[in-house]
Design a protein around this ligand. Structure first.
Ligand SMILES: NC(=O)c1ccc[n+]([C@@H]2O[C@H](COP(=O)([O-])OP(=O)(O)OC[C@H]3O[C@@H](n4cnc5c(N)ncnc54)[C@H](OP(=O)(O)O)[C@@H]3O)[C@@H](O)[C@H]2O)c1
Length: 363
């Protein structure tokens, strides 16, 4: 697809860690052009460079074209919506505030593609990993009806913690996985932090991430759910129990997973399903799509964060150590980049698919 003119995009929460990822991913995007950067009233009125100050956390410098853009206040949509065709949202506010502000933008006929969790369980809001459940975008007309909009809606991407194992479970659905144990080993960037601003994490593991276990257990079920009567009804299986640990890693969430299946796949079948798994992003060759969504590594010591986290520019998923288990049927280890596939990159891929499917277009 080639757009005649780039779509104008705003980033809400542009100064935060996920916002910075959006900015770096969008700076040279073939379809989108950043026209608005918004953050809290603390940042409003400053240039982006001043507002970010010493909080810039990306390994590449602030893109030249946004350095001098003046940041506006997220809570003043009237200063944003005429300058954008859609927005990405990555604000850190209370859930109620986020729900309200994202609906406010949608009601101005501005589509919102959100990284936040606030609307993940709103029954007519699609929560999408584009390779897996793009069909959930079919719920958007029902949501627009509720909001009273023609083009405005909210779409979200799921939590970063589920990205290392949900794709494998999706690839294996015909074998009917029905019960899983998941332990996640999550990077500090998932909390918006680096070692500089979270020195307690050096040489440490913290066995608690607020709210993360519920997300890790429940969100895959919405992804595997079906649309019924204008709402997304979550699947009943696989039931998942999880523990989520924060580990001293800058980027990359690892998951150790045990699965029981109703069917009896062989190892060869399981690996074949992983590596052949494709979705609409691959079919349409979307700009941010990994060519190969899931790679399987045969080496006994993979996936490793340092070797595999940037697979397919951080948009691919690496699975390894697949072997039979003595209590469960199979076990494996998965790895995904939490701020790319798991946050801003996943949201950009959602937006690209929404653009390709005609849900996002020029105002
Ligand atoms: N980090 C991850 O990997 C990750 C993954 C999935 C989801 N998330 C979620 O994504 C959101 C952003 O995370 P983050 O790590 O980027 O957080 P962050 O670094 O703390 O950034 C928060 C952003 O929100 C803005 N903000 C804060 N209070 C605001 C207010 N009252 N009004 C308007 N804007 C306000 C901040 O602007 P100022 O700079 O002006 O304060 C900043 O731009 C959070 O909801 C988080 O739970 C993060």
């Amino acid at each position: 697809m080639s757009l005649e003119k780039k779509l104008r995009v705003g980033v809400l929460g542009a100064t935060g860690m996920v916002g910075q990822r959006f900015v770096t991913l969008l700076a040279d995007h073939p379809w989108y052009e950043i026209t608005v950067l918004a953050a809290s009233p603390r940042s409003a009125g400053k240039t982006y460079e001043q507002a970010v100050g010493n909080r810039w956390k990306m390994s590449v410098p602030i893109p030249e074209k946004v350095k001098n853009m003046v940041v506006v206040d997220v809570s003043r949509p009237e200063n944003v919506v005429d300058k954008v065709d859609f927005v990405f949202s990555a604000v850190d506010m209370t859930k109620d505030e986020i729900r309200r502000i994202e609906e406010e933008y949608a009601k101005t006929e501005t589509p919102v593609v959100s990284n936040n969790s606030a609307h993940r369980w709103t029954p007519d809001v699609p929560m999408v990993i584009p390779e897996i459940n793009a069909s959930h975008f079919d719920i958007i007309p029902f949501q627009k009806k509720r909001l009273g909009t023609k083009r405005g809606f909210i779409a979200v991407k799921p939590n970063c913690s589920i990205q290392g194992y949900t794709p494998a479970l999706a690839a294996w659905r015909e074998f009917e996985p029905y019960e899983c144990i998941v332990s996640t080993y999550q990077a500090i960037s998932g909390a918006g932090k680096t070692f500089k601003d979270w020195p307690e994490m050096v040489n440490n593991i913290i066995p608690y991430i607020a709210g993360e276990e519920d997300k890790s257990e429940q969100e895959p079920l919405k992804i595997f759910g079906e649309i019924e009567n204008g709402v997304i009804v979550k699947a009943k299986e696989p039931v998942i129990t999880s523990q989520c640990l924060r580990v001293p890693i800058p980027d990359g969430h690892t998951a150790s997973v045990f699965v029981k299946f109703r069917q009896h796949p062989t190892k060869e079948q399981l690996i074949e399903k992983l590596v052949s798994y494709r979705g609409l992003p691959q079919e349409y060759a979307l700009p941010s799509a990994p060519k190969q969504f899931i790679q399987y590594r045969e080496e006994p010591d993979r996936p490793q964060v340092t070797l595999d986290v940037n697979y397919e520019h951080g948009m691919g998923v690496t699975i390894g150590r697949l072997r039979e288990d003595t209590v469960y049927d199979w076990k494996f280890v998965g790895l995904a980049h939490n701020t790319l596939r798991g946050a801003a990159g996943g949201a950009v891929l959602c937006a690209e698919l929404l653009t390709k499917l005609g849900y996002i277009e020029a105002k």
